[in-house]
Design a protein around this ligand. Structure first.
Ligand code: ADP
Ligand code: MG
Ligand code: MG
Length: 209
């Protein structure tokens, strides 16, 4: 059994480590088709989210993720700040059970990508974080429907997010800053899709511990 609050704390702690480790990589990706700030923006946000004792003081998983949402909204900026802020806020509202189940994972990821789409209006294939998040939510839902475990749901979500991010390479961006490049956005991975894969991989690894 996985306790939702403990999992959420570990998820965000490991996400902050992964974002810090991949800061330069995300900056490089955003330099190719954007303005080069994605790694710096996200690192600032996740470093702020894990600072102090807010994660420890959050009483349940939903409060952990609400704290992250608020921190990202106030510190990240750009396109990704409000989008990830909305994702974590909507996801938090679904994390209502004390024990993490595959159904909870699926509901959280579906709500998160729903929030991103409500705010950013991107659909699949527009070379955004939606290309990682949507397949991840679908993969988790399949595991939940087959009565799999939370770990299995997160592992499947992480694999789908990573393949979704890798599939953004040949796409032409039609949303966000990269869309200004038109055809020239092809041939580069979308930085937001790659950071989404990192975040979901951190969620999966937190459930394995
Ligand atoms: P900015 O482009 O303002 O500098 P970031 O570099 O932090 O913001 O984030 C860029 C990422 O945001 C993109 O790689 C893409 O994944 C995501 N993004 C941008 N616009 C949208 C949108 N409308 N819907 C979903 N994701 C988007
Ligand atoms: Mg940018
Ligand atoms: Mg920017």
């Amino acid at each position: 059994m996985i306790n939702s609050a403990q999992w959420a704390r570990l998820w965000i702690t490991q996400a902050a480590e992964s974002v810090a480790e991949n800061r330069e990589h995300l900056i490089d990706l955003d330099r190719q088709i954007g303005d080069g700030d994605h790694g710096e923006n996200l690192d600032r946000g996740f470093a702020a989210a894990v600072r102090g004792d807010a994660l420890e003081n959050a009483g349940n998983g939903a409060d952990v993720l609400k704290h992250v949402a608020k921190t990202l909204m106030s510190t990240v900026g750009g396109a990704a700040g409000p989008l990830y802020g909305t994702a974590f806020l909507r996801g938090a509202q679904q994390l209502v059970e004390d024990q993490l189940t595959a159904a909870q994972v699926a509901a959280l990821l579906e709500a998160a990508v729903g929030g991103v789409q409500a705010r950013g209006k991107a659909t699949l294939g527009e070379k955004t974080m939606v290309d990682a998040l949507l397949p991840a939510a679908e993969a988790a839902r399949k595991i939940a429907d087959a009565n799999g475990s939370a770990q299995e749901a997160l592992r499947a979500a992480a694999e789908s997010a990573r393949s979704g991010a890798n599939a953004t390479g040949p796409m032409q961006a039609t949303k966000g800053r990269a869309s200004y490049l038109g055809e020239r956005s092809k041939g580069h991975l979308d930085p937001g899709a790659v950071s989404s894969a990192l975040l979901i991989e951190a969620a999966a690894s937190a459930a394995d511990q």
